[in-house]
Each structure stands twice: as structure tokens, then as C-alpha cells.
Write a protein that binds this ligand. Structure first.
Ligand SMILES: [Zn+2]
Length: 309
């Protein structure tokens, strides 16, 4: 009896040990499974992080002589504003040669574009589109008693107005609101022209002229700005398009002390499409086809600036 009890107890203890080993084994299997799951999860997280890092990796650009924010932004497919904000720069005129600029990634650029588009209540296109919400003030230079330059019987005020009408037409076709400072051969003072522009809040001002100097061999197109970064980029964009679309010599952009672009509150530029004092260029400028090309260039310049600034 005693032996039977002992045997029973022994078997019971044996059973308990086996049972516990079984439970322990299952527990180990569970721990192992949990560990494997954790390792896989860690790998997945690392992969996701790596993809994120690679997607957000930012390039750099060392500023060379002749570089502008506009040219760097254009070359890298980013906007001037995102380039400036990525580098903590507020004044676009300060761009020292040799400076290392961080190029914002396309991912962050897309998110910036998305924010801009949302704020403009536009469609969520990944590429920033021109807002078209701006009012474009087109200022045909001179008029009335002020004929501007007169060479070979051609009056600058007439060329300016003809070109301006074409600009107006193309801008309206592109969806912009357009205001002209004059629509006939009448005199409008410089202060009146600026006052017209200053009636509009979200506006951009472009004054259209043709050039003249005593040195009749001088030719080409040039664009003046009012000194602000927005005006500089506007002038740069207009000039770039004028040169490429009208095949005129590139005389570049420069700061101009014209009251009409200084007294306007909005970004403003004054474009000189060609030289009337150069007989060859005058003949070209006096054709409808040249004025049409100049108008297309001005509109493309405004659109480009509107998209990228
Ligand atoms: Zn003029």
C-alpha cells in the first residue's frame, strides 16, 4: 500500500515535470516566435526609414560666378522660395560665389507645392502651376504728346501699344485678369500709371518699351527691375524669354531708376524689347510678327515667374 502510494506520487511528480517541460517548451516556442516577429518588424521599420531617408535626401549646389537663385532653382526643378527658405535666406541679392546651397528635395518641394495649391484652392497637381489669380498691369510706355523715341518715322509709343494689346490678348487667353494703363494714343503721367497699378492688391506690373540711343550700332533687349527680389526674378524671367523667343542680343537685366516701377507697390519690371535707333532692329521691331513674338515672350515670362517665384 505504501509502495503503491509512493509509486502513484512518483508518477504524479513525473507527470508534473513532463507537463511543465511541455509548457516550458511551448513558452520557449512562443518567446522564439515573438523574437522572430520583433526582428522582422525591426527590419521592416529600418527599410521604411531607409526609403524615407533616401526620398528626403537633399542635394547641394556650390554657387558659381553668374549664378542666380532663379537659375539654380530652375536647374534643380525647385521654386525660388523653397530654395531660399531651405537655406534660411531672405535677401535674394546676397549670393556669394562659393557658398554651399542646400537644394530642397523633390519630396519636400512637392509638399510645399501641395500646400501652395491648397492655399490657392487649386487642384492637387504635383507641379506648381501659375496661380492666374494675379492681376497683370500692362503699361504701354509713353502715348499722346509723349511719343517716346522716334526713329525712321516709327514712334515708340505706337510699338509699345501694339505689343501691349497682343500681351493683353495672350494673358487673357491664359486666364489672367489684365489692366492696361492706356488703351489708346493718349498721355498718361508716370504717377497716374503707378496709381492705376496700386489699386490692385495681388498684382504684377510690366511696362513695355522699345529702346533708343545715339550709338546706332547698339542693339538687343534688356529688362529693368525695381530692386526687390520679386522684381529681379520677374525681370530675369522676362529677359530670358525675350532673348529665346525673339532672338535679340541679351543685354541682361539691371536695376532701373524709372519712377513707374519704383512707385508701384507690386513686383514691377520695365522691358525694352529692342533698339529703334538700330535700323536693322527697328525694321524687325516694326513688324507684327516681332511684336507677336515679344508679346508671347512677355506672357511666358510672367507665367514662368508666377509659377516659380
Ligand atoms: Zn520708352
Amino acid at each position: 500500500m505504501k509502495f503503491a502510494t509512493f509509486a502513484y506520487c512518483f508518477r504524479f511528480i513525473d507527470y508534473l515535470i513532463l507537463k511543465n517541460i511541455y509548457i516550458f517548451e511551448k513558452f520557449c516556442h512562443l518567446l522564439y516566435a515573438v523574437s522572430v516577429f520583433r526582428v522582422i518588424r525591426s527590419f521592416l521599420l529600418c527599410g521604411i526609414c531607409l526609403v524615407g531617408i533616401l526620398a528626403n535626401v537633399e542635394g547641394a549646389h556650390i554657387v558659381r560666378k553668374g549664378d542666380t537663385f532663379y537659375s539654380i532653382a530652375r536647374a534643380n526643378g525647385v521654386s525660388v522660395q523653397s530654395l531660399m527658405s531651405a537655406n534660411g535666406i531672405s535677401d535674394a541679392s546676397k549670393l556669394p560665389v562659393g557658398k554651399r546651397l542646400t537644394i530642397p528635395s523633390k519630396v519636400s518641394q512637392a509638399s510645399v507645392s501641395k500646400k501652395v495649391n491648397v492655399s490657392l484652392k487649386a487642384t492637387s497637381s504635383p507641379r506648381r502651376s501659375a496661380s492666374k489669380s494675379k492681376t497683370v498691369i500692362i503699361d504701354p510706355g509713353h502715348g499722346g504728346r509723349d511719343k517716346g523715341a522716334i526713329w525712321g518715322g516709327v514712334r515708340e509709343s505706337d510699338l509699345n501699344l501694339k505689343t501691349a494689346f497682343k500681351v493683353k490678348s495672350y494673358l487673357q487667353r491664359a486666364g489672367y485678369k489684365v489692366v492696361m494703363t492706356r488703351e489708346s494714343d493718349r498721355y498718361v503721367s508716370l504717377s497716374q500709371r503707378a496709381a492705376i497699378a496700386n489699386r490692385y492688391r495681388n498684382a504684377v506690373f510690366v511696362s513695355i518699351h522699345y529702346n533708343a540711343v545715339r550709338q546706332t550700332w547698339v542693339h538687343g533687349g534688356e529688362t529693368f527691375h525695381a530692386g526687390t527680389s520679386a522684381s529681379r526674378y520677374l525681370a530675369s524671367s522676362l529677359q530670358r524669354n525675350l532673348v529665346s523667343k525673339c532672338s535679340v542680343k541679351n543685354r541682361g537685366i539691371r536695376y532701373g531708376k524709372f519712377s513707374v516701377i519704383h512707385n508701384t507697390n507690386c513686383p514691377a519690371a520695365l522691358i525694352e524689347c529692342g533698339f529703334m535707333s538700330n535700323s536693322r532692329e527697328r525694321s524687325r521691331c516694326n513688324t507684327s510678327s516681332f511684336q507677336d513674338a515679344a508679346a508671347r515672350a512677355i506672357v511666358a515670362g510672367i507665367e514662368r515667374w508666377d509659377r516659380s517665384y
